[in-house]
Ligand binder design. Structure first.
Ligand code: 3PG
Length: 210
């Protein structure tokens, strides 16, 4: 089983990115890398997401590109075929978990409850996405999970900003956070790659305690 802790240690923030036009994929990835963020969770929320993923995997070798928003076993297989270097799901089902674990890439399954954390632990994984972090209870909730289950590392995502990220990053069970704020839709649409590099630089400067 591939080690997902390396994925969590690349950057204090994993950008959660949605790309409509594959022509934006490579410049967007390069803009993030120029700001010091060498990882992307590319969501499978658009028709052309797999095309964008493949372009980044082929043309931006200094970025680790993973597929996010994986909802079905079929999507996991398609993402790996397109070059996904890690897999992220917003939640888990037994079938999805089993399928994701058949590939030789790190997997970050999404969890929001203690029972889901325990289910994923039973599959042998101790790194998970905590989603949706803000609405599900925020840093206090994660700190509380850390009392009975201190050995799981989380990447909380959902409702986090540059301002609130430090509240999560100071927790001993948080290695990094995820968020879409590094790639605002307006900046992507207008090709404002400098803005994205600036946002990446700010995010890369955050301190992760783990
Ligand atoms: C995700 O899939 O992780 C979220 O949609 C990202 O949440 P955010 O847009 O609130 O950062």
């Amino acid at each position: 089983m591939a080690d997902a802790s390396k994925v969590l240690s690349i950057s204090p923030v994993i950008p959660v990115v949605t790309i409509d036009d594959p022509q934006d994929a490579v410049p967007l990835a390069r803009a993030l890398a120029a700001g010091g963020v060498k990882i992307i969770e590319l969501t499978l929320r658009t028709e052309s997401a797999l095309t964008s993923l493949k372009l980044i995997a082929d043309e931006v070798p200094d970025i680790l590109v993973g597929a996010g928003t994986i909802l079905t076993p079929g999507q996991a297989a398609d993402a790996v075929s397109a070059g996904a270097q890690f897999l992220v799901s917003p939640g888990v089902t037994p079938a999805l978990l089993t399928q994701m674990l058949t590939f030789d890439v790190p997997v970050l399954p999404g969890v929001a409850t203690v029972g889901e954390v325990m289910t994923v632990l039973e599959s042998g994984l101790d790194t998970m996405k905590f989603f949706p972090a803000g609405p599900a209870g925020g840093p206090n909730y994660l700190a509380a999970i850390g009392a009975p289950i201190p050995h799981v590392q989380f990447c909380p995502t959902g409702g986090i900003s540059l301002a609130t990220a430090p509240d999560y990053l100071k927790l001993p069970n948080v290695s990094c956070v995820g968020g879409s704020w590094l790639t605002p839709a307006a900046a992507v649409k207008s090709g404002d790659w400098n803005r994205i590099t600036e946002l990446a630089r700010e995010a890369a400067g955050l301190n992760a305690s783990v």
